[in-house]
Design a binder for this molecule. Structure first.
Ligand SMILES: Nc1ncnc2c1ncn2[C@@H]1O[C@H](COP(=O)(O)OP(=O)(O)OP(=O)(O)O)[C@@H](O)[C@H]1O
Ligand SMILES: [Mg+2]
Length: 226
C-alpha cells in the first residue's frame, strides 16, 4: 500500500513579478516501508518535493495524499497535527534550538503531542541511546559538533515514532565518518519499518535506497529500482 501519493503537483514560488515553477506536474506513489532516494541537480525541485510531501509547504496545484488523507486540503492546524503524528524531518543544517539542551530539542515533538514528563524522559532516554547521544542530554545543542547535532536532529525526527522520515541532504554538512553514521541510522530505521525519503547528492548514498527518483527542472526524469 502507498503511504505517499502525489497527483499532478505543481509548485510556483512568486517573488514580486518573478514566478519560479519549482514543481511542474509531479505524480508519484511511495510504498509504505520503502526507502526512496531523490536525486537531481541543484534547483531541480528536490527540497520543494520533500516540503510539500511533509506538509511543510502548500502546493499551488494538484494533491498530496498521506496515508489516504488529502493533506493539501488541510487547515494549518490540521497540518500541524498531521506533521506531529506522521512525519519526522531531518535537515542539512540541523535546525536545532542552540540554547536548548539536547534533551529539550529531542523531546519537542513529544511536548507538542502532550506526552507526560515521565513518559517523555523514558522515550528520550531510549532514542538518545539508539543514536549515540545519551551522554550529552544536558548540553545546549549549540555546543555540539556537526555529527553530534545531526544525531540530535535524527533523534528528534524519530522520537514520536512517525511512519515517515524525510531527510533532506542530511550528510551535506558532515565528514565521511559522520555521513556513514547517518546513513546507517536511516537504513536501520527502514529495516524497522519506517518509510524513509532521502535527498542526496551522493551517488553511493542514493544507491543504498530501494528506489531512486531523479528530478529535472521540476519533473520526474527517471524512477528506478536500485
Ligand atoms: N522560498 C522560495 N522562494 C522562491 N523560489 C524558491 C524558493 N524555494 C525554492 N525556490 C526555487 O525553486 C526551485 C527549486 O528549488 P529546490 O530548493 O526545491 O531545489 P533543490 O533540488 O532542493 O536544490 P538543491 O540541491 O540546491 O538543494 C529553484 O529554482 C529555487 O530557486
Ligand atoms: Mg534542496
Amino acid at each position: 500500500m502507498e503511504i505517499i501519493r502525489l497527483e499532478a503537483v505543481k509548485k510556483v514560488y512568486q517573488t514580486g513579478d518573478i514566478a519560479c515553477e519549482a514543481l511542474r506536474g509531479v505524480s508519484l506513489e511511495i510504498e509504505m516501508g520503502s526507502f526512496v532516494s531523490i536525486v537531481g541537480r541543484s534547483g531541480s525541485g528536490k527540497s520543494t518535493l520533500m516540503h510539500v510531501s511533509a506538509g511543510l509547504d502548500s502546493v499551488t496545484e494538484g494533491r498530496v495524499f498521506i496515508d489516504g488523507e488529502d493533506i493539501s486540503r488541510y487547515s494549518e492546524k490540521a497540518l500541524c497535527n498531521h506533521r506531529n503524528k506522521k512525519t519526522g524531518f531531518i535537515f542539512q543544517s540541523f535546525f536545532l534550538e542552540p540554547a536548548y539542551s539536547v534533551f529539550d530539542n529531542i523531546s519537542m515533538p513529544l511536548v507538542i503531542a502532550g506526552m507526560s514528563p515521565k513518559l517523555r524522559r523514558n522515550r528520550v532516554a531510549e532514542v538518545s541511546e539508539a543514536v549515540g547521544i545519551a551522554h550529552k542530554l544536558s548540553v545546549p545543542s549549540g555546543r555540539l559538533s556537526g555529527g553530534e547535532k545531526q544525531r540530535v536532529a535524527i533523534a528528534r525526527a524519530i522520537v514520536h515514532q512517525p511512519p515517515i522520515v524525510f531527510a533532506d541532504e542530511p550528510c551535506g554538512n558532515l565528514d565521511s565518518e559522520n555521513s556513514g553514521m547517518v546513513m546507517d541510522l536511516l537504513e536501520q530505521l527502514h529495516r524497522m519499518g519506517t518509510t524513509v525519503v532521502l535527498v542526496t547528492h551522493n551517488a553511493e548514498d542514493a544507491k543504498r535506497a530501494n528506489r531512486m527518483i531523479k528530478l529535472r527542472d521540476g519533473r520526474v526524469e527517471s524512477d528506478e529500482v536500485c
